[in-house]
Design a protein around this ligand. Sequence first.
Ligand SMILES: NC(=O)C1=CN([C@@H]2O[C@H](COP(=O)(O)OP(=O)(O)OC[C@H]3O[C@@H](n4cnc5c(N)ncnc54)[C@H](OP(=O)(O)O)[C@@H]3O)[C@@H](O)[C@H]2O)C=CC1
Ligand SMILES: O=CCCC(=O)O
Length: 293
Amino acid sequence: MEVGFLGLGIMGKAMAANLLKNGFKVTVWNRTLSKCEELVEQGASIGENPAAVINKCKYTIAMLSDPKAALSVVFDKDGVLEQICKGKGYIDMSTVDADTSSKISEAITEKGGLFLEAPVSGSKKPAEDGQLVILAAGEKALYEEAIPAFDILGKKAFFLGQVGNGAKMKLVVNMIMGSMMNALSEGLTLADKSGLSEDTLLDVLDLGAIANPMFRMKGPSMIKSSYPPAFPLKHQQKDMRLALALGDENAVSMPIAAASNEAFKKARSMGLGDLDFSAVHEVVKATRGSGDA
Ligand SMILES: NC(=O)C1=CN([C@@H]2O[C@H](COP(=O)(O)OP(=O)(O)OC[C@H]3O[C@@H](n4cnc5c(N)ncnc54)[C@H](OP(=O)(O)O)[C@@H]3O)[C@@H](O)[C@H]2O)C=CC1
Ligand SMILES: O=CCCC(=O)O
């Protein structure tokens, strides 16, 4: 089966590689075309632009940074819309808001194509290991067609109904995750400033009711102020921003998420946007650990 793949960043590169390893023929495109080379070495073909990929493939997956990128790849010159038609599908796995997803869905449906949004939970390592959690919504027939690919990319796929529900679920999950990351940063800072061992704090957390893979994975490197990017901080801040907008629309007060968003914004202003989102720890250390104790 020939599938298209648009966007070979941290996630897209690992996902496309998994499809190739598991017997799919994959045609890739990335805005910075040189990033396609590694995938070509693994057996992929290159499409010269998104329209060319759509033209060649029965369905095409996209994994792009944000709403602006997702819209540009569909609506701009040589974009998805130029070639999408009856019998072809487009699956956007980027994290965007429901409005962006709906705009894309309407345009593709108008051309006779099928659309599915399918953002994912899980980061670089789960993407490499085919252990993502897929949050799909939209055209059920395309979801069913994509199940063999989802089985390779993920450990579980949810079908959540109408377009927008996948995007919203993803934003709710990442809002919780971003707030938890800030809570962990404050906890590590408080432990350190009050004379406790941060390593021991992580051990205690890991044995109790709030043990979780994120604290286990990110905690030790946060103590060392090491933030190699798995989930770039700029994307986490984008997700907090979009989740807060969803809160606005639904009149849900979210003071914890709002405060966490401020910390991610501050981190971006300090030039930490391309590091892992755990680099928000630098902001928390600087602003909340500055007493005279
Ligand atoms: N990293 C993670 O842990 C996770 C990320 N996500 C989500 O997945 C998506 C991708 O994340 P990730 O791979 O980490 O991000 P990266 O920043 O590593 O990659 C972003 C990709 O988007 C492309 N892109 C950016 N702007 C444009 C544009 N205007 N037109 C065309 N292409 C563009 C980039 O192309 P170029 O190479 O040319 O810059 C690149 O291929 C995001 O929505 C993110 O929130 C979801 C789950 C986990
Ligand atoms: O959007 C990024 C999510 C990262 C994760 O689920 O670990």
